[in-house]
Write a protein that binds this ligand. Sequence first.
Ligand code: ASP
Length: 462
Amino acid sequence: MERTLIRELREKVGETVSISGWVDVRRDQGKMVFFDFRDRSGLVQGVVLPSSPAMEAAKDIRNEYVVRVEGVVNKRPEKNAQADRQNGDIELEVKAIEILNPSDAMPFDISGDTAGIDEGVRAKYRYLDLRSKRMQKNIKTRSEFIQHCREYLFKHDFTEIETPLLTESTPEGSRDFVVPSRLNPGKFYALPQSPQQYKQLLMTAGFERYFQIARCIRDEDLRADRGFEHSQIDVEMSFVEMEDVMATIEEMITTAVEAMGHTIKQKPFPRISYKDAMEKYGSDKFDMRTEEDKEKGILAYAWVVNFPFFEKTDGGGWTFTHNPFSMPIPEHIDWLMRGENIGDILTTQYDLVCNGYESGGGSIRAHKPEILEATYKVMGFTGEDLEEKIGHMLQAFKYGTPPHGGIGLGIERNVMNLTDETMLREVQAFPMTRGGQTAVMNAPKSLTDKQLKELGLKIDKK
Ligand code: ASP
């Protein structure tokens, strides 16, 4: 018999059906055995009557067994109906149960919220943790959010393009994860902190509108809203100014979150300068919600603009605040070119904040080689150092690179706001622990002597 999904059972009252899924709960009442069966679409109660040929199997079955069940969909008597539950007014009268795979007892309770369970245990059994209702919802919400954004971008003529994972380090302000090269012993690739340079080169290549669901890998201190790996909706557009990118992203986000049933506090999103944000909120990642907004799950987006381009390094030099590839605001290009008033130069950076998180950031880029060169000069790069750092970008920009700009939106931080989570790892399927251990699998770990030899590496045992 063909499989019926549990959510479709209500259309099949009186019919004999076959469902497949897990035993969510089993309640043995002696003469009768009750089950809640679960599949990806929901829950339904099953009842095994004393006369049912399935009674023997029902006695052996435990929670989380995988089963195929045949039965008749019945309306529940009025007095037993549970209006507040999915399928609360129907039940499956079980005629046959086939055990597709038994299950050991769960190492922890997955019937409720698993947030309080030991992190190491959750990580080890992440595939079970993910069965819990909250985690199913979080991961599905993430997928739905990405789906809406993707649809919007496709509708607006964007091309989805993947960029390399084995690459050269790009300066995003964090440490790189590096990968040794077997073919070039002693040399290393870096995993991308973001596709920044490749997406800009795609503008040189004439794609005009690029996006990617990009994995970004940064060796950062692990925090609640930060991990080694995150994903971003990475966008770049040609022939645009700040407002064009901001308007596109604003419309994309609005379309996505409203389709998902959320309410936005203020539209269009308010725009506030970095200076005003620091004066008013003491932070550029501020939360504009009232207590009442918080209770209602309202999303308060705002754009922060007019950031300083540079800040002083400990050594007394200058470094970029956000992104070295940005263009200063038009009024300050002259200062940059002449190397004047460095601390006062504002950049075209725009950050999207929502409910106290930085949920994205981007800028208009320096698309002329002399402007990018001037930025690097401020940061102390000239001659060979400059060539080594960004020679390839300066070269590419000589071949008709259009004006362009873009943004990266942190998927986790956006989904955290949609799910009311405060930890990055609650919206990732297989996150690392706070100590940097992978979920389920055992990394980082040592290499064999053979592997080390092939890579030309020696470990300096500390
Ligand atoms: N590369 C930037 C980041 O990862 C985003 C951008 O400017 O497009 O934060």
